[in-house]
Structure formats: structure tokens, C-alpha cells
Design a protein around this ligand. Structure first.
Ligand code: NAP
Length: 294
């Protein structure tokens, strides 16, 4: 029987928990967690993502600050804004929404964020700490996937986990998390990318597949073995004139052919997406409580 890894339901539960922990923290004299977001330009998807992150903060009782820049902002001006937030003791976490305009180096921006405020977990120091098994901010999507597997008690130890995609924000960190000596983890991990040969043969040998490539409905039923666990990270806007927005959201998994073979599967939407948002809140609370950088 196929069961759903329900990210919508779990994130609602976790948000209640984060809210309750925040109330307790402030009741005991702790400072209200405060997330700052920088948004450059007015890309539709970025606007939506940032607005939802701000709304999430309100929902759990965090403070939030949105700093907006025109797409023509200079790199130095943007870096100055990051430095100002780094130096603002009232702010616990900073995210800079990507993509940034081509004239701005995303790498430079990420490296300018103070690691102790890098709640997206993109700074090389946090990525390195994760690789070394040290306390770190784990980027929100991989962290959200771990919460899902843990909550639904999905067995990972000794399993063959195939990760599709090797990006710095999803594929690589989730591979590290699945292979570390803890739960969820202790899996034998294979990372696939655009140069991988015989990919379907590899996915057919997987007990767990985490698909993060950004290719709508790429993973088909005949690429998955019976009883597999499938986590679909992909979100692509596919033009659809029957929708009010003019598009629909598609995952990397062809749900119709894959789901009947799975023991567990995430839907899109309602799977990894809401967990990503909630993991960001969790990181911000951890930052306010100085749980990662003491
Ligand atoms: P990315 O940076 O574009 O990386 C894509 C990865 O997939 C690359 O490693 C690429 O290989 C690999 N790839 C591309 N085509 C492939 C193919 N045909 N076979 C095997 N591997 C292939 O993407 P990303 O930022 O990791 O995001 C991936 C997807 O997840 C996107 O749809 C994104 O929107 C979504 N996403 C969702 C959330 C969420 O909250 N649900 C969060 C983040 C991202 P190479 O390295 O060889 O190029």
C-alpha cells in the first residue's frame, strides 16, 4: 500500500511546536527570533517565496524584516546591506533570495553572510561543518527531508539511497545527511547527475530515491522498484492555460506511474515544499537560542 509523506500536515504540526517553543523562550527572557530577508528585483517566484517566508514568521511569532532592492542595485550596495544585518544584534538569521541579477556574485554574497546568521546553511563554513558532522545550519530543503523521514519512521539504515542531482543546496547536502552515522542516515548513497550512465538501472536498485534535478516528471514508474520510498524535491512551473496562474507546479517524479509502486512517496505540492519553509523557521529558532554557534 502506498503511503504519503505528508509535508503539509507535518509542517503544520512543526509550526505549532516552533510557536510553543518560541513562546516559552521569550517567557523565560529570551529574545524573539528575528529573520531578515533580502529580495532583489521582482521575479514572480522569488516574490512568492519571500512573502511566504515572512508570513510563516508571523504565524510562529517571529519578527521579520524584508529588505528590498531594485534589480539595478550594485554588488557593493548589496554586500553593505548584508554587513549591516551581520552587525545587527537584533537579527538572528539572514536569507538572500536567489536568483540574483547576473552582475552580482551569489557566491560573494553568501560568503559575506555571517555563518552564525546563515540560516539557509549555504555559507562554506556551514557546508563544511555539515560534511564534518559538526553542528551546523543545515540548508532548509535537506533538513526538511530529514524531518519527513524521521516523523514517518522511514527505515534508512543499510538502505540504498539514490540521490538525483548534486547541487550545493539539495543533492550534495542530502547525500551527506543520508550517509552519516545517525538516524535518518546510515544509508549507502549513490549520487547521480547529468553525466550518470544507465541512470534507470541505478534507480531501479534503490530503496530510497531523492529526486532533485528540476526536470518535470523525469522519474517514471519503470525506473523504480516495488516498495521504494520516493522523495520528490523538484518544483517546476509548467505552462498550463487551464490554471488561473497560467502554470502548474510539477515535481521531478511522474506521480501517476511511480506512486503505485512505492511504500512511501511525497506529493508535489504538499511534500518537500512546506517542509523547506518550516525547516527555515527551525533554523532561525536555533540561531536565536544560539544552539549551533554558542
Ligand atoms: P540545480 O542546481 O539546477 O541542480 C540540478 C542537478 O540535477 C544537477 O546536479 C544536474 O546535474 C542534475 N541533473 C539535471 N538533469 C539531469 C538528468 N537528466 N539526469 C540526472 N541528473 C540531472 O537544481 P536544484 O537547485 O538542486 O533544484 C532541483 C529541483 O528542486 C528544482 O526543480 C528546484 O526548483 C527544486 N527545489 C525545490 C525545493 C523545495 O522546497 N521543494 C527547494 C530547492 C529546490 P549536473 O550537476 O551534472 O549539471
Amino acid at each position: 500500500m502506498t503511503q504519503i509523506l505528508d509535508g503539509k500536515q507535518l509542517s503544520a504540526l512543526m509550526k505549532q511546536q516552533i510557536k510553543a517553543e518560541t513562546e516559552e523562550w521569550t517567557r523565560n527572557g529570551g529574545k524573539k527570533p528575528h529573520l531578515a530577508a533580502i529580495l532583489v528585483g521582482n521575479d514572480g517566484a522569488s516574490e512568492t517565496y519571500v512573502a511566504s517566508k515572512i508570513k510563516d514568521c508571523e504565524e510562529v511569532g517571529f519578527d521579520s524584516t524584508l529588505v528590498r532592492f531594485d534589480a539595478s542595485v550594485s554588488e557593493e550596495e548589496l554586500l553593505d546591506a548584508v554587513r549591516r544585518i551581520n552587525n545587527d544584534a537584533g537579527i538572528d538569521g539572514l536569507i538572500v533570495q536567489s536568483p540574483l541579477p547576473a552582475h552580482i556574485s551569489e557566491q560573494k554574497v553568501v560568503e559575506t553572510i555571517l555563518p552564525s546568521k546563515d540560516v539557509d546553511g549555504f555559507h562554506p563554513e556551514n557546508a563544511g561543518r555539515l560534511a564534518l558532522g559538526m553542528p551546523s545550519f543545515v540548508s532548509a530543503t535537506p533538513a526538511g527531508i530529514m524531518f519527513l523521514l524521521e516523523h514517518y519512521k522511514v527505515e534508512t539504515s543499510g538502505k540504498h539511497c539514490v540521490v538525483l542531482g548534486r547541487s550545493h543546496i539539495v543533492g550534495t547536502p542530502v547525500s551527506l545527511l543520508m550517509s552519516r552515522n545517525t538516524y535518518p542516515g546510515n544509508a549507502t548513497v549513490t549520487i547521480c547527475h547529468s553525466r550518470t550512465r544507465d541512470l534507470a538501472e541505478i534507480t531501479r536498485s534503490a530503496d530510497i530515491i531523492i529526486a532533485a534535478i528540476g526536470k518535470p516528471e523525469f522519474l517514471k514508474g519503470d525506473m523504480v522498484k516495488e516498495g521504494a520510498v520516493v522523495v520528490d524535491v523538484g518544483i517546476t512551473r509548467v505552462p498550463d492555460s487551464s490554471k488561473k496562474a497560467g502554470f502548474r507546479l510539477a515535481g521531478d517524479v511522474d506521480f501517476a506511474s511511480v506512486a503505485p509502486k512505492c511504500s512511501w512517496i511525497t506529493p508535489v505540492p504538499g511534500g518537500v515544499g512546506p517542509m523547506t519553509r518550516t525547516a527555515l523557521l527551525f533554523n532561525t529558532l536555533k540561531s536565536a537560542r544560539k544552539e549551533v554557534y554558542k
